[in-house]
Design a protein around this ligand. Structure first.
Ligand code: NPG
Length: 368
């Protein structure tokens, strides 16, 4: 290939500050793929959300690495001048694989914006400087353990709390948190697809806790089920895993399956698709917020840029660095009055600590 770019793929292993447990599994080490897009005058970084094993997303780290190396990069190398928008269109020729595409497109976008000295926030059309953020609390061993954790997060100043739920860990945790922390705490729950429509009576009991939303109660494909369920619940339904593109968001809204949408850039194939979903939701008065996948500073910085758009009216899953990492590969993010500031500087605004990155890297390859 004789393209005017080089790509580095790096596999890193980052220990998590603590175990994170959801209805789909638990993790205490985050293994991920980083993509570095290098041109003559700039470079950009992105992280791929694929896990080592396909527990949450259908893609896995190794399949994403192979697709980027053997399919996507050779495809882009045939295009004379490549930018993020061009890459977005070109990669549509390859079906599926949003996590791999998101990582590559985001690295290209970061490099492009850094070359122009422009922030991702300006590029996407955002204006907010401080992003209201919430914390996601995994399934715990006991209610007292949950209460202790939430107490710590409330003391740190998070704007809202999201509880991971699963059958057997739903009504009581929500009741306990409401009882302990009162009506003013913004509270929501996330089922990660763990229920079926037959669980409607359990899910209706959650209505008593004045939740902001119930996230992804049913399997991702079951839009009809979500639309039916919405008819039984007062709590608004928010879709996460079901929304994989702007088209699927439009269908879900039209069907009455989603009253709120969690926009997770990786899940929808990148920040350009994420912005399109935001624009659609804003036009249809559907509130959105930015979801997270335990990002390092690279993805955290980019998500803060996205969440500066006007339709992100609910607190986002963008925690302070220390929630997940004792030490990160980039700058630390802190909570101030329930918000995290959008980093300044061009591109995502992420500032990478190359020495620490080196120490957590387990594999590295250059394509081209
Ligand atoms: O704050 O980054 C964060 C985590 C938010 O709960 C969170 N993410 O189901 O939305 C989810 C969950 C998740 C974690 C999804 C890891 C995928 C991987």
């Amino acid at each position: 290939m004789s393209a005017a770019f080089k790509v580095e793929l790096r596999r890193v292993r980052m220990p998590l500050a603590g175990e994170f447990r959801t209805s789909r599994g638990s993790e205490s080490v985050r293994e991920m793929l980083l993509v570095r897009w290098v041109t003559d005058n700039s470079e950009g970084w992105a992280e791929c959300a694929a896990d080592a094993e396909p527990v949450y997303f259908p893609e896995r780290l190794e399949s994403a690495r192979l697709l980027i190396a053997e399919v996507l990069v050779p495809l882009l190398a045939k295009i004379p001048t490549i930018d993020a928008a061009g890459a977005h269109v070109a990669m549509k020729r390859v079906p599926g694989n949003p996590l791999a595409k998101a990582a590559l497109e985001s690295a290209i976008l970061d490099a492009e914006l850094r070359a122009h000295g422009m922030s991702m926030k300006s590029y996407l059309g955002g204006s907010r400087e401080k992003i209201r953020v919430g914390v996601s609390v995994g399934i715990c061993e006991s209610l007292s353990d949950l209460i202790r954790q939430v107490e710590g997060y409330v003391a740190e100043g998070y704007s809202r709390v999201k509880l991971k739920i699963a059958p057997g860990w739903d009504v009581e945790p929500a009741r306990a948190i409401r009882r302990e922390f009162g009506e003013d705490l913004l509270l929501q729950v996330d089922a990660n697809q763990a229920y079926t429509i037959a669980d409607v009576s359990t899910l209706r009991r959650l209505d008593t806790f004045d939740l902001l939303l119930l996230e992804q109660p049913l399997p991702a494909e079951d839009l009809c089920g979500h639309a039916r369920l919405a008819g039984y619940l007062q709590t608004p339904i928010c879709l996460d895993e079901s929304i994989t593109s702007c088209a699927s968001a439009a269908t879900a809204i039209q069907m009455g399956a989603a009253q709120i949408i969690n926009i997770k850039p990786a899940r929808v194939g990148g920040y350009l698709e994420a912005r399109a979903i935001h624009d659609l939701c804003l036009a249809q008065s559907i509130p959105v917020w930015c979801g997270g996948v335990l990002e390092t500073a690279i993805g955290r910085a980019a998500n803060l840029q996205l969440a500066s758009l006007p339709g992100f009216t609910l607190p986002s899953d963008i925690s302070a660095t220390k929630r997940y990492y004792t030490k990160d590969i980039g700058q630390e993010f802190h909570i101030e009055s329930g918000t995290i500031s959008v980093p300044h500087g061009p591109g995502t605004g992420a500032v990478i600590d190359l020495d620490y990155l080196e120490s957590v890297s387990v594999e590295q390859e250059w394509l081209m």
